[in-house]
Ligand binder design. Structure first.
Ligand SMILES: [Zn+2]
Length: 82
């Protein structure tokens, strides 16, 4: 069994995980949790898709700060960000 990444920790680290800003050890631990946890997996999949969409529109056009703020608010309200 990998060492303790619980749901709370996984969600706390989700965005850093997707940005690959965690240590290698934490990257692995979070990834294993996200792959195995039916509660966290949909959040991770959604966040991943969100980032993909975000980077796509960043290429086409810089994202206005207001839009970025609105998106982050939406995520926060959905419980996807702390
Ligand atoms: Zn979980």
């Amino acid at each position: 069994m990998h060492k303790g990444v619980d749901c709370r920790l996984a969600m706390t680290q989700l965005w850093d995980f997707l940005d690959q800003e965690l240590t290698e050890e934490n990257m692995v631990a979070v990834r294993i949790h996200l792959e195995q946890c039916s509660a966290c997996h949909p959040h991770a999949a959604f966040a991943q898709q969100f980032l993909t969409a975000l980077s796509r529109c960043r290429c086409a056009d810089p994202m206005p700060e207001t839009l970025r703020t609105r998106v982050l608010d939406t995520l926060r309200n959905a419980g996807l960000m702390s």
